[in-house]
Design a protein. Structure first.
Length: 397
């Protein structure tokens, strides 16, 4: 039955790891996948996560199935984390959701659900996280793009964004990155978010927030939720996915939520019932352990404050590396302007290097980043920053 199967291409982001593994050059460097590394280049487990895990082990919990919607206590705490402890809409019961297979799973369930309810397309920023496109296509939606980035100035193309959004048909679903836009690292300012909120209202658009980096942008998880909270306060009805992969460092545990803000509690409950209709035949129910870790942390004042501190520690290290990388590029004699590396926020530096330059860095310097020139700042360390700067300069001089 398999004779006609062709070998599929490597994934443009995750496939880099495979290529990297095969490279036996001793100084090889990978700054591809968005996964945080400590300054020694090692994966990092937050101490609050270790402590929560220990508590869970000590409780000798059972390993029964979760419900289709997952762990309700986790969902409640996670919605408070995203929408705010004192969100009026949350208190009114208008915000409800389900545990999801991290951000990716939440996006997929959402895409499927809105397609079943009459949506034919979804609008995403150009560029966006590469996986958004096949996720929504696989949900049966046509993916359309709105302008987001001005490559010539390495900045947000806010005017282009507004112009394109103005032309989107009423009722359409429009994806917004809540903070730390991937891959550009450029977010609207609060004033610009306000303009967007007004425009979405006027044009009757349906906002869908992708919150994969809450805490990773400013280092403050509360500040990073400002866009989402503003839209809710402004009365929008919307959807949100939250991922706990990056901020809690729970990548492989697949922890996230998909939620909606409805006009009332009864409406929100109806939407959740539809999410469950998508989930049950797709994967039945989500895993338990990671959700228990997050809820243990968010439910305990000490662990919660440890989390805020440790998450900030990661954001701070990446920001230090932004400055170092820019400074090293200057030190090795690059005359190009690299200020955008410092100006950008979150996990990625959108370097501006083109595909040929990226490929040259790979073949000549054994430095691996994605083809769009996106460098994961999480992989930049005191030990490799000058090597990276040298390679970037060499291919761009
Ligand atoms: N959205 C964005 C913008 C992302 O960058 C990512 C991860 N790279 C995700 C969603 C989903 O990640 P995960 O499935 O690990 O939560």
């Amino acid at each position: 039955p398999f004779a006609a199967y062709e070998m599929a291409p490597l994934d443009p982001i995750i496939g880099l790891n495979e290529e990297f593994q095969r490279d036996d050059f001793p100084q090889k460097v990978i700054v591809g996948v968005g996964a945080y590394r400590d300054d020694a280049g090692k994966p990092y487990v937050l101490p609050c996560v270790r402590e929560a895990e220990q508590r869970l082990v000590d409780q000798k919990l059972d390993m029964e199935y979760s419900g289709i919607a997952g762990d309700q206590k986790f969902v409640d705490l996670s919605l408070k984390f995203g929408y705010g402890e004192d969100s009026g809409a949350l208190k009114e019961g208008r915000i409800q959701g389900v545990q999801a297979l991290s951000g990716t799973g939440g996006l997929r369930v959402f895409g499927e659900m809105i397609r079943r309810h009459g949506h034919k397309h979804i609008y995403v920023p150009n560029p966006t996280w590469g996986n958004h496109i096949p996720i929504f296509q696989n949900s049966g939606l046509e993916v359309r793009k709105y302008r987001y980035y001005d490559a010539s100035n390495s900045s947000l193309d806010f005017d282009g964004m507004i112009k394109d959004i103005q032309d989107i048909p009423a009722g359409s679903c429009v994806l917004l990155h809540a903070c730390a836009h991937n891959p550009t690292g450029m977010d609207p300012t609060l004033e610009q978010w306000k303009q967007l909120s007004e425009l979405f209202k006027k044009k009757q658009l349906f906002p869908f927030f992708d919150a994969a980096y809450q805490g990773f942008a400013s280092g403050d998880a509360i500040l990073d939720a400002a866009s989402l909270r503003m839209f809710v306060d402004d009365g929008h009805l919307l959807g949100t996915i939250q991922s706990f992969s990056k901020n809690f460092g729970l990548y492989g545990h697949r922890v996230g939520t998909l939620s909606v803000v409805g006009s009332n509690a009864e409406e929100a409950a109806r939407v959740v019932s539809q999410m469950k209709m998508v989930i049950r035949p797709m994967y039945s129910n989500p895993p338990r352990h990671g959700a228990r870790i997050v809820s243990t942390i968010l439910d305990d004042p000490k662990l919660k404050s440890d989390f805020y501190e440790q998450c900030k520690g990661m954001a701070d290290r990446m920001n230090t590396m932004r400055t170092k990388l820019r400074d090293e590029l200057e030190a090795v004699g690059s005359t190009r302007n690299w200020d955008h590396i410092v100006k950008q926020i979150g996990m990625f530096a959108y370097s501006g290097l083109n595909k040929e330059q990226v490929m040259e860095m790979r073949s000549k310097h054994h430095l691996y980043c994605t083809a769009d020139g996106r460098i994961s700042m999480a992989g930049v360390t005191t030990g490799n920053v000058s090597y990276i700067a040298n390679a970037m300069h060499d291919v761009s001089k």
